[in-house]
Write a protein that binds this ligand. Structure first.
Ligand code: OOG
Ligand code: NI
Length: 468
């Protein structure tokens, strides 16, 4: 009987190390990513130096410790079997599928989930997340092309044999020792590497590409190359303004909410995909080319409750409806003004956001609270404990993605000519069948973290319980 043998490396440790190796690999593959990291770290250092209140907030929540290593990646897989095995591979690193995103309304033939750690302690060790999309072959209308795609995908194996062995060993024995974990990281990385050699002829590539660039990107290559790796900034507007000074052209608008004092959810920007050399199977040199990988930067804010999220969706939709078309270079100024004007209806201080139940929070016992333990008669109600200065709170950071933003990122990188219209609707059940497990509901994860923090406060304050 070995439960949690001390010689096992914790999944969070494996994730943290994998994320760092992934970042090194991507920096080698895409040197522009290194420039982006420089820009992000200089903006973050500036914000921390100039805005002590932001620094204090990040210190209280612990986010300051994870900020510089925080990344999300994205991959696109071609088959149910690939998705299921990716799920098992990420499980070795303590990552579970969270949320379901349907991109078909945006004309992108995929549906997706986010693999990430789910407990606040594990997120603190490494918040690494991977937006993982599954190609929906049923959305390819040309039967011949559909067959070419599925036959090509059936022939490839995106995992090394040793990676599979180590995944199986993790599953049967409950963990990996240091040596095995090192080996696993090295083997797992192979799945995400860029391959210059394609799996199809140039003519086949052209056919796939003509149907949808994304289909060519998934089908024509040996594996699900990581297509971007996104660092987290504390001020995305400074990044958006700073990119051109480094010769990088950002997309027209920042996705997500407008600039605010209290950031909510997620704001993202990206730069267009790079032209890469490719060797098709009927060519000797690298005569072909493909655009796959791009750069993205994001700013993260408070995780919203269902009530807050409904308000966010309402305001975002109102702004977009009034704009009347997709945000682009020409209308970007007007879009920003519309967003700012509609979002005046979303409270912009944490007290009001808290009191209206718009976001999830983490509660902390204050110095005064610790001083009062077993000395003062403490109220047993959360709001009274807050009013009395015994407990304070900080918003939980949003760990997930936004479907409208993701669609905007996909589109800005696929080009406007790739807009398609699909009549088939979202299908979470089918996605979960392919994955071989259910995706977790992100809102209940935030609610759990919030509950645990209230419970912890009660324990510290030696209260039976804290009433809401
Ligand atoms: C994923 C696009 C979505 C995000 O941050 O919303 C995304 C992809 O292009 O594969 O990464
Ligand atoms: Ni992304």
């Amino acid at each position: 009987m070995s439960h949690n043998s001390p010689s096992f490396v914790s999944p969070s440790e494996i994730r943290a190390r994998f994320s760092s190796y992934m970042s090194d690999m991507y920096q080698n593959e895409v040197p522009l990513y290194g420039d982006l990291l420089d820009l992000v770290s200089s903006v973050n250092n500036k914000v921390l130096a100039e805005q002590p209140e932001i620094k204090a907030h990040l210190q209280r929540t612990g986010e300051i410790e994870r900020l510089s290593m925080e990344r999300h990646g994205a991959i696109r897989v071609g088959t149910a079997a690939e998705l299921a095995t990716i799920g098992r591979l990420f499980a070795v690193m303590g990552m579970s599928p969270v949320g379901y995103y349907d991109l078909s309304p945006a004309g992108v033939p995929v549906h997706s989930t986010c693999f990430r750690a789910i407990h606040e302690n594990e997120l603190q060790t490494s918040p690494f997340r991977v937006f993982t999309s599954l190609l929906r072959l049923e959305l390819i209308d040309d039967p011949e092309l559909r067959q070419l795609a599925s036959e090509t995908l059936a022939k490839r194996n995106i995992f090394t044999p040793r990676a599979i062995e180590l995944i199986e060993q993790f599953e049967t024995e409950g963990g990996l020792n240091t040596e095995e974990a090192d080996e696993f990281i090295k083997e797992a990385l192979e799945t995400f590497r860029w391959h210059t050699k394609a799996t199809v002829t140039a003519a086949e590539y052209d056919k796939l590409h003509a149907q949808h660039r994304l289909i060519a990107d998934v089908v024509a290559f040996k594996g699900p190359h990581i297509n971007h790796l996104t660092p987290r900034t504390l001020d995305i507007d400074q990044i958006q303004a700073g990119m051109p000074t480094r010769g990088i052209t950002p997309k027209a608008v920042v996705e997500g909410p407008p600039r605010r004092n209290c950031p909510i959810l997620l704001r993202q920007t990206s730069f267009k995909a790079l032209q890469e050399k490719v060797a098709f199977t009927d060519q000797h040199g690298t005569d072909g080319s493909h655009t796959a990988r791009f750069g993205e930067i994001e700013e993260r804010g408070a995780a919203l409750t269902p009530k807050g999220r409904t308000l966010y969706d309402e305001l975002l939709n109102a702004a977009r409806n009034e704009l009347g078309e997709f945000p682009n270079e020409e209308n970007s100024q007007r879009y920003i003004e519309l967003l700012e004007s509609y979002f005046k209806d979303f409270p912009d201080n944490y007290e009001e956001i808290h009191n209206q139940g718009l976001a999830y929070f983490r509660y902390f016992v204050t110095k005064k609270g610790y001083g009062a333990i077993e000395k003062t008669e403490l109220p047993s109600n959360l709001n009274d404990l807050i009013a009395g200065g015994f407990i304070e709170y900080e918003p939980l950071v949003y760990e997930d993605f936004l479907p409208v933003s993701a669609a905007g990122i996909f589109q800005s990188n696929l080009g406007d000519n790739s807009q398609a219209h699909y009549s088939i609707s979202s299908n979470q059940t089918q996605f979960q069948e392919a994955l071989g497990q259910k995706v977790l509901d992100e809102l209940s994860l935030y609610a759990d973290t919030q509950k645990r923090s209230i419970h912890e406060c009660a324990t510290f304050l030696k209260l039976q319980q804290i009433n809401l």
